[in-house]
Design a protein around this ligand. Structure first.
Ligand code: 5GP
Length: 205
């Protein structure tokens, strides 16, 4: 049976240190052929171990502004002094091929996607507590103390937007969080409006 359906766009947000990255890596490992993680453009400097084109497309501010002017971004935002944005073409291409796409983005960008009303689903990842979040950020040692404080403050402000999302997941156990997101992805695949071809094929059979 040939059930051609458009992929779903899953927008995942959560403060730095909530473990979004670990959850998403594990999801991608389990879904090598049917899930794609969009690689964002950013003006932030690469961290140790980050590769251009793999973790981000690292851009100068002028290059980033050119992307905005050429309508190359599905959304973009300024977060803690740096620009971040989602390249439009690749995402559209994947969705058109029926592949589900994950955007791991912050809230302003997520709200821009929500305003576009393009059928995206929004998942908010919570840390077990702010105390735990601070601990994870400090232990990660990728940011200075100032940046850790700034990110914690941003995380507190961002929390008020969690109610704008469709789903909320607490990352107290990675495997459990991954499983919960897989449930969401599978449920979305079964939506009636995504399976109208399937219904008509069965009707014809
Ligand atoms: P980091 O600097 O820690 O890699 O990312 C900082 C924040 O930017 C994270 O919350 C991350 O989800 C968000 N982010 C990464 N890529 C994008 C993007 O393309 N658009 C938006 N709006 N946020 C992004």
């Amino acid at each position: 049976m040939n059930n051609k359906r458009q992929g779903t766009l899953f927008v995942i947000s959560g403060a730095s240190g909530t473990g979004k990255g670990t959850i998403i890596n594990s999801l991608l490992e389990n879904h090598k052929n049917d899930l794609f993680l969009s690689v964002s453009a950013t003006t932030r400097s690469p961290r140790k171990g980050e590769t251009n084109g793999v973790h981000y497309f690292f851009k100068t501010e002028d290059e980033f502004k050119e992307l905005i002017e050429n309508d190359g971004l599905l959304e973009w935002a300024c977060f803690c002094g740096n620009y971040y944005g989602t390249p439009k073409k690749t995402v559209d291409g994947m969705l058109g091929r029926g592949i589900d796409v994950i955007l791991e983005i912050e809230i302003q960008g997520a709200m821009k996607i929500k305003a576009k009303d393009i059928g995206a689903k929004f998942i908010f990842i919570l840390p077990p507590s702010f105390e735990e979040l601070r601990k994870r950020l400090v232990e990660r040692r990728t940011e200075t103390e100032d940046v850790v404080e700034k990110r914690l403050q941003t995380a507190k402000e961002e929390l008020q937007y969690a109610v704008e999302y469709d789903y909320v997941i607490v990352n107290d156990e990675v495997d459990k969080a991954v499983e919960q997101i897989e449930f969401i992805i599978n449920a979305e695949k079964c939506r009636v409006h995504k399976n109208l071809n399937l219904i008509s094929e069965v009707q014809k059979s």
